[in-house]
Design a protein around this ligand. Structure first.
Ligand code: PEP
Length: 250
């Protein structure tokens, strides 16, 4: 998308111990190049590593974020973390509505929207995930699903600065399968039109990432599709060399 700075983001999911901080160190070093003026980079490690990871990125353009937040600021919610806590650890992004949260924790669009609003209140950038299941795609419902997920999951106050969309077909996550370039083009063009309808000029500049089995060997063709403004990478973000190879396609 013209005049938009792409974002290459890694989602470590429930992977990574202190030993994995070496990978974050290597990524933080690897993105120290003139390319960082043009392309943003982000790793979302598990919450246990958040604070120490941000300290490692002190002198690097690599941003650090979290994988989820609670919709409330604080309180009796055992096991949850708030957007304020993420900001307190110097995290700057949070993923909300990832399909694994939607499935494992029954998170629906209204909750995802509340989490995005909580992120914004803490001055975090929310990465709001949407995507159809295999059954929905087979039934020809992909664009309907994207329309209703965007309508329900995005706050009215979403801007290009505080919100990123991640299109992640559920059947492409962790499977090695990817949609065709033509299918990605269609989905992203559709989402762009929906965003512009609702948010006007902000919708034109809002980044729409593609996620689902992105790896060094397919990143170049996926990132070249119109309205694809970066990647959300699961498995391939765990190894610094793979993440940096994907980042390097720009
Ligand atoms: C993800 O978890 O957001 C993801 C896209 O995973 P993978 O790259 O492993 O398919």
């Amino acid at each position: 998308t013209p005049n938009v700075r792409p974002l290459v983001a890694g989602n470590w999911k429930m992977n990574g111990t202190r030993a994995s901080l070496d990978q974050i160190k290597a990524i933080a070093e690897g993105v120290k190049s003139p390319l960082s003026e043009k392309v943003e980079s982000l790793i979302c490690p598990p919450a246990t590593l958040l604070y120490v990871a941000t300290a490692l990125c002190d002198d690097s353009p690599l941003a650090i974020g979290a994988q989820d937040c609670h919709q409330n600021v604080s309180g009796a919610h055992t096991g949850d973390i708030s957007a304020e806590m993420i900001a307190d650890c110097f995290g700057t992004y949070v993923i909300v509505g990832h399909s694994e949260r939607r499935t494992d924790h029954a998170e629906a669009d209204d909750l995802v929207r509340a989490k995005a609003e909580a992120a914004h209140a803490a001055e975090l950038v929310a990465i709001v995930c949407v995507g159809e299941t295999e059954a929905e795609r087979k039934a020809g419902r992909t664009l309907d699903v994207l329309k209703s997920q965007l309508a329900g999951s995005l706050p009215d106050a979403a801007t290009a600065a505080n919100t990123v969309i991640a299109y992640e077909p559920v059947w492409a996550i962790g499977t090695g399968l990817t949609p065709t370039v033509e299918d990605v083009r269609e989905a992203h063009a559709f989402m762009r039109a929906e965003l512009v309808k609702r948010f006007g000029g902000e919708g034109e500049k809002m980044r729409i990432l593609y996620g689902g089995s992105v790896k060094p060997s397919n990143a170049r063709e996926l990132m070249a599709v119109a309205n694809v403004d970066g990647a959300l990478i699961g498995g391939a973000s765990l190894k610094a060399a793979d993440f940096l190879a994907i980042y390097g396609v720009y």
